[in-house]
Write a protein that binds this ligand. Structure first.
Ligand code: PLP
Ligand code: COI
Length: 377
């Protein structure tokens, strides 16, 4: 199990890259049936957790070892644990969906595994074999398969993460890491009353600069987004839009979602992967599905002024955000210090509504999985 530093007390069992083997220790007292059902009724997002977790340790010289699927438990950390001081910590967000036939499937888990390793690389952390990453997630979902919520669009949200677990205060990459996977039954990410969200444009704070960590899913990016996000909420908006750090002009993304813009002529734009935004897996899914429908999708820069002007003239008909947690969510209203504008009639438009339907029907196994995105559990 996770400990403050290199794991010295347990026998160390190395994990082979090609044949991941994860020891299973069942929870001695899993959540009773009725208590579980009560928690699954209206789980919201991110506050209900399943009974188990996966834990795998890494230490210099030994590599990955002690892979265990066991009871979900608190961690005991040395106060000098490096991640707590220097933020050497990354994560992924992915979902498992109940299938029409009663089984379960992961959506594009190898893409999460690849992105996880690219985040690890940026933060000077060890990579995890993709097969081990996916096997850890698969095993957890299989073990906690009774935790799928029945709510429409409900899913099992999976959070694989890794942090520097060496107790050391010098500033250098740590020599020990802990990889954990936890799962959370979820409903909709937004508890918002309306079906389209509102956005506040952050003019004083940026999320990522060229050469920085914007394309990595590392904890510091989210910490940096919290103040502007709080400012947006205080003004009555749901989410914050970040602009580029150089010209403070080009639209990048939200704190936890990518953005798309749909136009009257049928074309669609999304900001390019220039290194400062997260390469969203939902973003890639949306681009692929739109192109499948014959629509013209361009990955190109789109400015704040143009966005406001196009919304005013009606050239722009829709804006929507997308991500694993948020799925596809329409944007109804946008405001900055000097401009407020409505997108279309302020309600979800046909492009985002059809896309949401297309994406979720593949995820739930209702439509054919033409791109091989589902991995059965
Ligand atoms: N952008 C940021 C900053 C995110 O945190 C997320 C969520 O993971 C996304 C975009 C969307 O990525 P994905 O579709 O892979 O969930
Ligand atoms: C996700 O969509 O999985 C994320 O990590 C974003 C976060 C806002 C929950």
């Amino acid at each position: 199990m996770a400990s403050g530093g290199a794991n010295t007390s347990l026998p160390e069992r190395r994990v082979a890259d090609d044949q991941p083997s994860i020891e299973v220790i069942n929870h001695p007292s899993p959540t009773p049936y009725k208590a579980r059902l009560a928690q699954l009724l209206d789980p919201g997002f991110g506050s209900v957790f399943t009974d188990h977790m996966v834990s795998i340790s890494w230490s210099e010289g030994l590599g990955w070892h002690d892979a265990i699927l066991g009871p979900r438990t608190s961690l005991s950390l040395d106060p000098a644990t490096a991640a707590l001081h220097y933020g050497q910590s990354i994560f992924e967000g992915m979902k498992a969906f109940r299938q029409k036939d009663g089984g379960a499937a992961l959506f594009r888990p190898f893409d999460n595994a690849r992105r996880f390793n690219s985040s690890a690389d940026r933060l000077a952390m060890p990579g995890l074999p993709e097969t081990l990453f996916v096997e850890a997630v698969r095993k957890l979902v299989e073990r906690d398969r009774d935790w799928f919520p029945d709510a429409p669009a409900g899913a099992l949200y999976i959070r694989p993460f890794m942090f520097a677990s060496e107790p050391f205060l010098g500033v250098r990459p740590a020599r020990a890491y802990t990889f954990l996977v936890i799962a959370s039954p979820v409903g909709s990410y937004f508890s918002s009353r309306s079906s389209a969200i509102s956005l506040w444009v952050s003019e004083n704070h940026t999320r990522a600069a060229p050469g920085g960590t914007g394309a990595a899913k590392c904890c510091g990016n989210y910490a940096a987004s919290l103040l502007p996000q709080r400012n947006a909420i205080e003004r009555g908006y749901d989410q914050v839009v970040f602009l580029d750090a150089v010209e403070n002009r080009w639209i990048e993304e939200l704190g936890g979602m990518n953005l798309f813009f749909a136009f009257k002529d049928g074309s669609v734009i999304t900001p390019p992967l220039s290194g400062t935004i997260l390469p969203g897996i939902t973003r890639d899914t949306v681009i692929t599905l739109l192109r499948d429908q014959g629509l013209h999708v361009q990955e190109q820069r789109y400015s704040m002024e143009q966005w406001a002007d196009d919304a005013a003239t009606g050239l722009l008909t829709e804006t929507f955000a997308c991500g694993t947690a948020a799925s596809i969510t329409a944007v109804g209203k946008v405001a900055s210090s000097n401009r407020t504008f409505t997108i279309g009639d302020g309600k979800p438009g046909p492009v985002s509504s059809i896309l949401r339907q297309l994406v979720t029907s593949v995820q739930f196994g209702v439509s054919p999985d033409r791109h091989g995105w589902l991995v059965p559990v």
